[in-house]
Design a protein around this ligand. Structure first.
Ligand SMILES: [Zn+2]
Ligand SMILES: [Zn+2]
Length: 281
C-alpha cells in the first residue's frame, strides 16, 4: 500500500451563528467569529490518498487526475467564497457551522465520492499557523491541534550522576548557568464534533487550560530553579512532555466528560531540529 499526499491552498471567509440565538448570545458563544459579515483565512489542505502502484505508469494516481478532482472541487465551492452563503452544503443548512472540523469532514465526503481506485487515508485542514484539524474518515471523530509557544531556561543535570558524569553526558546543556529555548507545544485533542457548535472543543477553553497549566508555570521561568515540577527531575524534553501531559490531561477531559474528548498527542519542539511526541501511557 502506498500513500501520496497533495497540498492545496484556498482563501475563504466564514462566520459562526446559531439561528435560534440572538446577536448577543451568538457573540457570547463564538466571540468575534459570530460577526455576520464574515472573516477570512488562508486555508491549506493536505490530502493523503492510499492505493497500489499501477504497474504500467508506476503511480498510485496521476497527480493531474488528483488535482482535477480536488482542485476542481475546492476552486468551485470554497476558494474566494463566503462559505456560509455560497457553499452548496453549508448554505442550505444554517445549523451546520463551517468550522475547520465540519469543513474537513465535508471535503472528505465530497472528494471520496469523486476518487476512483484510491481511497483517502487522511485529510488535514490548516485554518492558520496555530490551528489545524485532521480527519481519518471515522464518523464524527476529528483531531484538532493547537500550537503554543513559550520561553524557558533549563539545565540538563541528573542527581543520579556525578558532576563529571553529568558533564560528559549532557555537554554544553549541563552549563551550571543554564540556557534557554523557544518551546513550541502542539496539543492534539480527539473527539466527536458537537453538532450544535461544529467543534470538538472550544479553542478558548483549551487556551484557558494551557494558560493556567503551561504559561502560568513555565513561561519565562528557569525550569530547574523556578518550578516545583523540576526541583529534582532532570528537565529533558522527554520528562517535560510527560509533565505537561499530566498537567493537561484531566483538565481537557473534564471540559466535557459526557463526550469523547481526549488529549491525543503532545508534540514538544525544543529547537527547530528536534521534537518529542507523547501519547500518554
Ligand atoms: Zn475563522
Ligand atoms: Zn536545552
Amino acid at each position: 500500500m502506498y500513500f501520496l499526499t497533495r497540498y492545496i491552498a484556498f482563501e475563504a471567509s466564514h462566520f459562526y451563528r446559531i439561528p435560534e440565538l440572538n446577536d448577543q448570545e451568538n457573540y457570547q458563544l463564538f466571540g468575534h467569529k459570530a460577526n455576520p459579515n464574515g472573516h477570512g483565512h488562508n486555508y491549506a489542505l493536505y490530502l493523503t490518498v492510499k492505493g497500489n502502484v499501477n504497474p504500467v505508469n508506476g503511480m498510485v494516481l496521476n497527480i493531474k487526475q488528483l488535482d482535477d478532482t480536488i482542485r476542481g472541487y475546492v476552486d468551485q465551492h470554497y476558494d474566494h467564497k463566503l462559505i456560509n452563503l455560497q457553499h452548496p452544503v453549508f448554505s442550505v443548512d444554517p445549523h451546520l457551522q463551517p468550522t475547520p472540523e465540519n469543513i474537513v469532514m465535508q471535503v472528505w465526503q465530497a472528494i471520496n465520492r469523486r476518487l476512483k481506485k484510491v481511497e483517502i487515508a487522511e485529510l488535514r485542514l490548516d485554518e492558520d499557523e496555530r490551528l489545524y484539524t485532521v480527519y481519518y474518515g471515522a464518523e464524527q471523530m476529528v483531531h484538532l491541534t493547537r500550537t503554543y509557544e513559550f520561553s524557558a531556561a533549563h539545565r540538563l543535570h541528573s542527581f543520579e550522576l556525578s558532576d563529571q558524569e553529568n558533564s560528559e553526558t549532557f555537554g554544553k546543556c549541563n552549563n551550571p548557568n543554564g540556557h534557554g529555548h523557544n518551546y513550541v507545544l502542539e496539543v492534539t485533542i480527539s473527539g466527536e464534533v458537537d453538532s450544535r457548535t461544529g467543534m470538538v472543543v472550544k479553542v478558548d477553553d483549551l487556551d484557558r487550560i494551557v494558560d493556567k497549566q503551561v504559561y502560568g508555570r513555565f513561561d519565562h521561568r528557569h525550569l530547574n530553579l523556578d518550578t516545583v515540577e523540576f526541583q529534582s527531575l532532570n528537565p529533558t524534553s522527554e520528562n517535560f512532555v510527560q509533565v505537561l501531559w499530566d498537567l493537561l490531561e484531566s483538565d481537557i477531559h473534564s471540559l466535557d466528560p459526557r463526550r469523547s474528548l481526549q488529549l491525543y498527542r503532545l508534540r514538544l519542539r525544543e529547537t527547530p531540529k528536534s521534537f518529542f511526541d507523547y501519547y500518554g501511557n
